[in-house]
Design a protein around this ligand. Structure first.
Ligand SMILES: Cc1cc2nc3c(=O)[nH]c(=O)nc-3n(C[C@H](O)[C@H](O)[C@H](O)COP(=O)(O)O)c2cc1C
Length: 225
């Protein structure tokens, strides 16, 4: 495929993607297609390569029903989505520079020697404390982890749209209550994770009611030459 064709394909996918409010309950995404979407999440970049995510694919009907009353933004999506993903982010304890998780990431996943890992930990400490001032608020470190999770979410949404799969990102829920439901069900370990966001995937039941609205390029781009 040449570059111009690729650009056309990508823009077609971006125009096709819309916030799907209700999916066709009869249409299921194939395992191969859904694995592809998850793989683009897995391959996503993250700050310092720390991958502070876990993707919970919630296929359990009862649990989706339990989430519905506290998810004002997912009323049509929760019962109809072929696949419903809850994106978890690692919490402050997990993502603070001297955590066991960061140590494991450096040693096991990144395969960095001990002395280099030590230097890197110092760099992360300085970054978290002084550059990004993540400890100034209680949510600072968790919010930083959530930002990384949103990158993976963006990539999964784009890759789904590229293969004609519909989706809707979901922030419309009460986080405390959603976490309690998942914790009670033994799905969420709150000592390690919190909910960052959710995404519903499937095939649209109806075409969007309104055409896409966006600001113009001139309104949002500032060139500095
Ligand atoms: C982080 C995020 C959270 C969102 N949460 C919801 C939601 O809870 N329910 C919903 O129906 N749409 C939700 N949306 C969809 C937006 O309303 C939608 O993307 C926006 O209005 C632009 O429309 P479009 O996606 O159809 O182009 C969310 C979008 C984003 C990016």
């Amino acid at each position: 495929m040449n570059k111009e064709n690729t650009k056309e394909e990508v823009l077609k996918a971006f125009n096709f993607r819309c916030a799907c409010k209700e999916f066709d309950p009869e249409k299921k995404i194939s395992k191969e297609d859904f694995d592809f979407i998850l793989e683009t999440g897995r391959l996503s970049p993250s700050s310092l390569g720390l991958e502070p995510w876990r993707f919970v694919v919630l296929q359990n009907k009862e649990l989706r029903e339990k989430l519905k009353p506290i998810s004002w933004g997912a009323q049509g999506q929760l019962p109809t989505a072929s696949h419903y993903v809850i994106l978890l982010a690692r919490n402050k304890e997990e993502m603070t520079y001297n955590s066991e998780y960061i140590d494991k990431m450096m040693k096991v996943t990144h395969k960095i020697p001990q002395d280099i890992a030590e230097l890197r930990r110092n760099r992360i400490e300085d970054y978290q404390k002084n550059d990004a001032k993540m400890f100034d608020t209680d949510r600072g470190v968790f919010d930083w982890a959530c930002k990384q999770v949103y990158i993976a979410m963006g990539n999964m949404m784009t890759s789904a749209a590229m293969i004609g799969i519909d989706l809707c990102p979901i922030e419309g829920y009460n986080r405390d209550e959603a976490e309690k439901i998942l914790e009670d069900a033994g799905i969420l370990d709150k000592s390690k994770f919190g909910i960052a966001c959710m995404v519903a995937f499937g095939y649209r039941l109806n075409e969007p009611k309104r055409a896409k609205t966006r600001q113009s390029i001139e309104e949002i781009i500032q060139w500095v030459n």
